[in-house]
Design a protein around this ligand. Structure first.
Ligand SMILES: *Cc1c(COP(=O)(O)O)cnc(C)c1O
Length: 389
């Protein structure tokens, strides 16, 4: 009997080691891991460069309080600022924390300019922003909120892609729109460029802040550093997490200069957030992702993967409904429940994970090799064939 609570429906495999795109189970099987801890291990398992960085820092200092200066965090923040829309950063430890901090920053900004009632946040119905009390209410998912009442006030919801319904929800008390640039858990759904551009315009017109949750789709996953870049828009606040730590828990909220002025001493804090060990790993991840050619390679290899997956879709038009997603955040939407398909892929040594709307989510590491993509394609084809048989 496990002493762990039963809040997960775990698959019965444990792993003894990992290397790059592969995981080795304790019973001696080798799996191609296209889950990577749900887009967390952006550079694969046991990356030698990250191992070096964490080892080096582990011999110096792991943790100090944010009551002191942390040079490793100063460096990570300044590098993120140099490469993005942001002017200031607050470090956290997870995606939910980063998203909650984003909500706090938005509300505190309007508070700081005397608009104390401008505090409501508009989100997409059935999206995903984490599992804290506030973020489950932001998600507007009945299932996630069930049993965790009372409802947290201050969130309004609109339907994915529906600008009209979004506009109807805007009032003078709307502080921000908070959406995932590209939905992960919600079914691997990307917004169109037009949608994102119109959203930015609406926010400007109504004096509303735009918060883009890039916890899953950010840090190179889309082929750009941020998934919103392709729409050529700038958000006001962006929570990140998953990919930035390469497997080490790091979260952060990035913000413009304008809103950062509200975050005066005492307004927010974290015991663990931004400690030297985490920051050193984050810097090492950026060393790799910011290397010339790294992101263009993500674009190249993901478009190859997409083309080949669409060929499979065309061969099995009654099984696969759509190939979705951006970059290496990929969704294979089936016409019916995907559970059995995911199990069959696993039996054939390919690990994937579910998302809403019958979607099989495929999340290779960003440094995945073409031969590994080809191996995955071979396994997916084999399982498709078994389905037809
Ligand atoms: C995973 C995720 C979160 C929550 O991250 P945790 O680290 O699990 O708290 C928030 N937003 C999005 C878009 C995510 O994918």
């Amino acid at each position: 009997m496990s002493a762990l609570a039963k809040n997960y429906n775990r698959r019965k495999i444990a792993f003894k080691k990992g290397k790059g795109s592969f995981l080795y189970s304790s019973n001696g099987k080798k799996y191609l891991d296209f889950v990577q801890g749900i887009a967390v291990n952006s550079l694969g398992h046991a990356n030698p460069y990250l191992i070096k960085a964490i080892n080096r820092q582990s011999k110096k200092v792991w943790h100090v309080s944010n009551a002191f200066l942390i040079p490793e965090g100063e460096r990570l923040a300044s590098r993120l600022v140099r490469k993005t829309f942001a002017s200031a950063i607050i470090f956290q430890n997870s995606g939910a924390e980063a998203t909650e901090a984003a909500i706090k920053v938005a509300r505190r900004y309007f508070y700081s300019i005397g608009k104390k009632k401008k505090n409501r946040i508009i989100c997409i119905k059935n999206s995903f922003h984490g599992r804290t009390i506030a973020t489950i209410n932001a998600s507007g998912s009945k299932k996630m909120m069930e049993g965790f009442g009372p409802k947290v006030a201050g969130f309004d919801h609109f339907k994915f892609g529906n600008l009209k319904s979004l506009k109807r929800k805007i009032t003078n008390n709307t502080a921000a729109v908070l959406i995932e640039t590209s939905l992960g858990e919600g079914g691997v759904k990307a917004h169109s460029k037009t949608f994102l551009k119109s959203l930015r315009k609406i926010c400007n017109k109504k004096n509303i802040l735009l918060i883009l949750d890039e916890v899953q789709c950010g840090i190179g996953r889309s082929g750009d550093f941020f998934a919103f870049e392709h729409a050529k828009i700038k958000p006001d606040i962006v929570p990140i997490a998953k990919g930035i730590g390469g497997g080490f828990p790091i979260g952060a909220v990035l913000m413009t200069k304008k809103v950062s002025t509200a975050m005066i001493p005492g307004t927010h804090g974290s015991t663990f957030g931004g400690n030297p060990l985490a920051m050193s790993v984050g810097n090492a991840v950026l060393d790799v992702i910011f290397k010339k050619g790294f992101l263009s390679n993500v674009k190249k290899i993901s478009s190859y993967f997409n083309v080949e997956l669409n060929k499979i879709k065309n061969d099995y038009p009654k099984l696969i409904k759509e190939v979705r997603g951006t970059g290496l955040l990929i969704g294979l939407q089936l016409f019916k429940d995907q559970t059995n398909f995911i199990k069959k892929l696993e039996d054939n040594k390919l690990l994937t994970i579910r998302a809403a709307e019958n979607v099989i989510r495929i999340l290779p590491p960003l440094n995945v090799k073409k031969t590994e993509i080809d191996l995955a394609l071979k396994i997916i084809k084999k399982v498709c064939k078994e389905y037809r048989a």
